[in-house]
Write a protein that binds this ligand. Structure first.
Ligand SMILES: *Cc1c(COP(=O)(O)O)cnc(C)c1O
Length: 433
């Protein structure tokens, strides 16, 4: 690079540092950080900005899991029915918390399986090709597992995925898709669409789609809409019920801190309950009142739990409950408020460094995540940040993703990212040794 090093405004930086300190001081959620296990290196806490990948472990998770183990050892299978917290009620005890986070009615949620499995189950119920109406609208840069699920399911039906799937391409070089492009595509293919299936937040760019507007366009077109909320659940405000989304699925190990590979969730709008829905069935989706009569014919639960297949895994539900109890205690509104403030700080402190060496590919509409694209030397910048204690994520070929979250990150950590990145940029791009 021929340019001179940028002159960084030291006053501004000092001012931002003071601001970060005072925001932390006034942060009503600051004590919640103590409820999480923060990874350390050489006795120092690392700066964990990977809430979008694997949320940190609540200190209470071990206790919640041990309680299940104790029940198991003390009462065996009786634990389903006896004691203060019988296992039979554990699944339902999580619904209110998730309903708040997703903007659903509690009976529209079912906690089950993992995300990709749930996508398959939802496709069975909600991909209903009929006549000319057989296409599925997806984004080009959908998460690979979503693409594999849809393509393999179509092949299973004997259909050609390349014929059925309509991919929305981004018009922008930075990968963001305009809501209007999606709405236009829905209108353009009105008579052919059976299903719109999109990620509410794109895992790569961090862009949050205007799900309300897209859902409304899908309804006007007379097709169904499903959302993958892996990067949205526990991150941004959702109103799945009011938006009339038909179904949604998510995993609980990213922003929801439920633990690696933990149990996922689905939303099925109540308009689809009890409607003679096609589905793959299992005994745990059978009406609770008749489940143990062991009848031959499936009698579906009158709500989203009709999609359950198997006995709920109590250890995983307990791990998820440990985290959701923290969300409840902190308050979803307060979490969203802090997230909004963190977003402003990231914009001012981190995005202000963009331009010459990297660009921020995450549009304004987003949650916690920021994705920085480095045309050159991104890996080197990433390695240096990592060496400085930042746990962030590198996506080939040239993107650094970071996602500080309200429950356990601080404003000072965000400022430190700004400060460290600034120094690393100067070093990497000007002091090549
Ligand atoms: C994380 C993620 C997945 C992963 O699915 P699992 O089945 O839980 O491994 C799938 N889709 C999206 C969009 C994701 O972000």
């Amino acid at each position: 690079m021929a340019e001179e090093p940028e002159v960084f405004d030291m006053d501004k930086s000092a001012e931002w540092k003071a601001l970060a300190l005072s925001l932390d001081e006034d942060d009503v959620l600051r004590h919640f950080r103590d409820q999480f296990k923060i990874p350390e290196k050489d006795g120092r806490q690392r700066l964990y900005f990977l809430g979008n990948s694997l949320g940190l472990q609540p200190k209470s998770t071990g206790t919640y899991i041990n309680n299940i183990l104790d029940q198991w050892s003390e009462e065996g299978v009786e634990s389903f029915f006896v004691g203060e917290n019988p296992w039979s009620g554990l699944h339902d005890s999580l619904l209110a918390s998730l309903a708040k986070i997703t903007g659903a009615l509690p009976h529209e949620i079912s906690i089950m399986n993992q995300l990709t499995v749930n996508i398959h189950l939802m496709l069975v119920s909600f991909y209903r090709p009929e006549g000319r109406r057989r296409k599925i609208l997806m984004e080009t840069k959908a998460f690979p597992s979503d693409q594999y699920a849809v393509r393999s399911y179509l092949e299973h039906l004997g259909l050609d995925p390349d014929e059925i799937i309509l991919e929305i391409h981004s018009g922008s070089p930075l990968n963001a898709i305009e809501t209007s492009d999606i709405v236009d595509a829905i209108q353009l293919h009105t008579d052919e669409l059976a299903l719109v299936f999109l990620g509410g937040i794109n895992y790569y760019t961090g862009q949050a789609l205007d799900m309300k507007m897209i859902a409304s366009a899908a309804q006007k077109a007379g097709c169904l809409i499903g959302l993958d909320l892996a990067h949205a659940a526990g991150n941004i405000a959702l109103q799945l019920h009011d938006w009339q989304v038909d179904f949604a699925c998510w995993c609980s190990y990213k922003y929801l801190n439920g633990g690696p590979g933990t149990i996922g969730g689905v939303f099925v709008h109540e308009k689809h309950h009890n409607s003679g829905q096609k589905r793959l069935a299992g005994w745990w989706g059978n009406h609770a009142e008749t489940r143990f009569m062991m009848n031959k014919i499936f009698d579906p639960s009158p709500d989203a739990s009709a999609w359950q297949l198997s006995t709920p895994p109590m250890l995983l539900l307990a791990a998820l409950k440990a985290s959701l109890d923290i969300f409840d205690e902190a308050g979803w509104e307060r979490i969203l408020n802090k997230q909004e403030m963190m977003k402003q700080c990231m914009k001012e402190w981190i995005e202000s460094l963009s331009g010459q060496y990297f660009s921020c590919i995450t549009p304004e509409a987003r949650g916690c995540q920021l994705s920085l694209l480095f045309p050159e030397k991104g890996r080197e910048v990433y390695d240096r940040l990592f060496a400085e204690g930042f746990m962030i994520d590198w996506r080939e070929p040239n993107v650094i993703r970071l996602a500080p979250v309200p429950l356990y990150n601080t404003f000072t950590e965000i400022w430190r990212f700004h400060d460290t990145l600034k120094k690393i940029l100067a070093d990497v791009f000007h002091n090549q040794s």
